[in-house]
Write a protein that binds this ligand. Sequence first.
Ligand code: NAP
Ligand code: 8YV
Length: 326
Amino acid sequence: MPNSPTRPGAPDTVLQVSPLLPALESALGERFRTVRLFELPDPDAYLRAHGGEVAAAVTSARTGVSDALMDALPRLGAIVHFGVGHETTDVVRARVRGIDVSNTPDVLTDCVADLAVGALIDVVRRLSAADRYVRAGAWGAAPFPLADRVSGKRVGILGLGRIGRAVARRLEGFGADLAYCTRTPVPGVTHRHLPSAEALAEACDALVVTVAGGRGTRGLVSAKVLDALGPAGYLVNVARGSVVDEPALVAAVTEGRIAGAALDVFADEPHVPPALLASDRVVLLPHIASATHETRAAMGDLALRNLQRFMTEGTLLTPVPDRPAH
Ligand code: NAP
Ligand code: 8YV
């Protein structure tokens, strides 16, 4: 049973843990007694004096709610994430405390899948590299080197959840030969299921990473997996930087042990390893897979509706599922 704010004498402060979409921030300010923790000169002093007044916390998928913050909020009933990833919050720990947790699934799936396919085409056909070549005035001197074909490629999808399946649907239109890896085969999916990331990498020309982040998938794309992908293979990561062993990736790219990588996420954002910045074999994106006007508005709206529902009825619209993804 979650800690409901509808109890007599219950707290009603909403704690905004991190900066959020401006429209969401305005709505929070208009509808709730909202405290912006990240702007306070002394957040610890605030928490000591007023932590017991906080009913719900709103946070980004990237920031979550740390264990220490959870501990400072004895009457917290809900953690509302802006974003689908929630590995920055210990959901099991929250559940033990009677705290419900929500995220924003589905509304971002199409945009993230669009970007994954765009990034795949970019790195395989070398679109960004060709753009740099034209801008550098190199076109007149020599023809741009031939790239690899996208249509008909063998593509492995690591994690066939909402986003992975949307990537698969798009790639079917490219005549891709698809395989995937999840802990449990997905019922009704006819693409080949492979039991490990390494087996999947071995069987494909391009590996698209769409698994959940967190402890359970940390370093899943290891040096061995990259070697299984091989010198003609491409990596696309739109999941989390933690899923890929980044030093191993840097080594594989710079030594030519994989053909290239397209990355929307990194181990220590916004820091990108200098060797990747210097490489023409990689496409580097600043964590923008869900960053469209339409999708961010839909994410903000869903986060707000979760919070509204909790503050009025003590339940959430899109609670994260019971089975921990990490
Ligand atoms: P989802 O529906 O929960 O899918 C997660 C998938 O990961 C499931 O198929 C799950 O299958 C699989 N998985 C989990 N642990 C695994 C493991 N150890 N080995 C293999 N597969 C594993 O989540 P989603 O909505 O598709 O989102 C996926 C992730 O994308 C999010 O968690 C987030 O980190 C990332 N994301 C990134 C951006 C961005 O801006 N770049 C935007 C949105 C989301 P099993 O449980 O059967 O293993
Ligand atoms: C956001 C994301 O960029 O939903 C997620 O898990 O990674 C992205 O949609 C971001 O995390 C919002 O906080």
